[in-house]
Write a protein that binds this ligand. Structure first.
Ligand code: KE4
Length: 441
């Protein structure tokens, strides 16, 4: 432990006391399954506060944070400008249920940086965004089938809960109970990066597939980048068979650059879903696309979708200020420099041991898999040693580094991470991997 940092209180007694109370009133003690640490063991953290790239638990322990509210906090926790904007808006009211100019402002800022989006609708979660996008795609194409990819996660709407990543993969849930079989059958799954499998499904279901929905950079089976030609191939397939292409950019939107991943990948989607970063840590998400498609949504069209808190002024404020901050020149270059340094450093640390590890990185997203072969889809990810990931997670946590409490998630860097945070993380990884390699419990 460095001289300036107090030794970690690994007992985490207050975390345990509060979590025990939480389990009496919250299902599993949490409001989202992955937070229960079931896949990694140990005491789930109870957080007292965040600041920049750091979280502080109720036992006074400080962590370098690579969860970052699952990618939402690209500016880091408690960014002063964002916090001030939220506080000021709160003095004017938090939600009116009537349109404000703030919604126009945030929508305009997003559309200016997203060529494939002409019209947008704000909602309150990524799940709402993707659920609405496929309803719209089904209405627009008058077809019923949806094609998704194994290991991708698009939120918890019924149509997405088969072969999904993130929390379902974490808990080993292949298909959620409660989804009617007749509905589940309308969702087709193909392996990520397998264009031939996608083409076979189109050939088998001609004129039946309404849309393909895909994470352009998969991050919910751990990080799995698209292989060259995969996304462009999906674009060609959907055009050939008359289906819509939906890019789920809830994670990638405004993470890789000031805009959408599709601009960097040179593939234009018909519909795009957004969330996380555009809300600056408040419940803001959106779906958008060409006006000819979006104008089918009520009140212009008959595709119904609504929401009490959609476009709430508090969330719009946070989103506007966040995008304002992110539009400053040089920020994404700095973010990618630190991300590259971190991935290179951890890769080197792994090479210094006998442990087989693959580190998949893309921009400021990264995942370590304990496997002796490349991880290019969900099957590869599931074959990795998830018990070893759990051990690595705990070793790193006890050295003050908070990674995703699941193999099937990403590590997220923020603009608040410093060179010292990266150095500290690489050093902790070297120590953790050495401890694992030596067999020390
Ligand atoms: P929410 O409904 O959780 O706001 O967004 C759903 C969603 C949609 N699309 C993508 C690509 C996503 O990653 C998500 C949600 N991400 C997870 C973490 N991988 C949220 C964390 C959680 O479920 O607790």
């Amino acid at each position: 432990m460095s001289a300036t940092r107090p030794a970690l209180n690994k007992e985490r007694r207050r975390c345990r006391e509060i979590f025990e109370r939480a389990e009496n009133v919250l299902v599993g003690g949490v409001n989202s399954p992955v937070r229960a640490f079931r896949a990694v063991g140990g005491e789930p953290l109870i957080i007292a506060r965040g600041a920049g790239a750091h979280l502080y638990d109720v036992d006074g322990n400080e962590y370098v944070d690579y969860v970052c509210s699952w990618g939402a906090m690209l500016l880091g926790h408690a960014h002063p400008t964002v916090s001030a904007a939220i506080a000021a808006q709160a003095q004017r009211g938090t939600s009116y249920g009537v349109t404000t100019e703030l919604e126009v402002e945030l929508a305009s800022r997003i559309i200016r940086s997203a060529p494939s989006i002409e019209k947008i609708r704000f909602v309150s979660s990524g799940t709402e965004a993707t659920m609405s996008a496929i309803r719209l795609a089904r209405a627009f194409t008058k077809r019923e089938l949806i094609l998704k990819f194994e290991g991708c996660y698009h939120g918890h709407a019924d149509s997405f809960l088969s072969q999904a990543g993130s929390g379902l993969a974490t808990l080993g849930i292949a298909a959620s109970p409660g989804v009617p079989q007749v509905l589940a059958e309308l969702t087709l799954n193909a392996p990520y990066n397998d264009l031939n499998a996608a083409e076979r499904l189109f050939a088998r279901h001609p004129n039946k597939i309404a849309a393909v929905i895909v994470e352009p950079i998969a991050a919910n089976m751990g990080v799995v980048p698209p292989e060259p030609g995969f996304l462009a191939g999906l674009r060609d397939l959907t055009r050939k068979y008359g289906a819509l292409l939906i890019f789920d950019e809830v994670i990638t939107g405004f993470r890789l650059h000031f805009g959408l991943a599709q601009q960097l990948l040179h593939v234009e989607a018909d519909l795009t879903t957004l969330g996380k970063i555009i809300g600056g840590g408040l419940p803001v998400a959106a779906y958008g696309g060409r006006a000819e498609i979006m104008n089918q949504v009520a009140p212009l069209g008959a595709v119904y979708q609504a929401g009490t808190l959609s476009g709430s002024p508090l969330g719009m404020c946070a989103g506007i200020v966040t995008l304002e901050e992110l539009s400053r020149p040089g920020l994404y270059e700095k973010l990618h420099h630190f991300s590259e340094e971190l991935v290179t450093g951890v890769r080197q640390a792994a090479r210094e041991t006998s442990i087989s590890a693959q580190i998949n990185g893309y921009g400021s997203l990264a995942t370590i898999f304990f496997s002796d072969r490349p991880v290019r889809n969900y099957g590869d990810a599931k074959r990795s040693d998830t018990k070893l990931y759990a051990r690595f997670f705990r070793e790193m946590l006890d050295r003050g580094i908070f990674l995703a409490p699941s193999q099937f998630e990403a590590a997220f860097l923020s603009l608040a991470h410093t060179a010292e945070d990266v150095r500290r993380t690489i050093s902790a990884a070297r120590e953790s991997l050495a401890a694992i390699a030596s067999g020390k419990e």
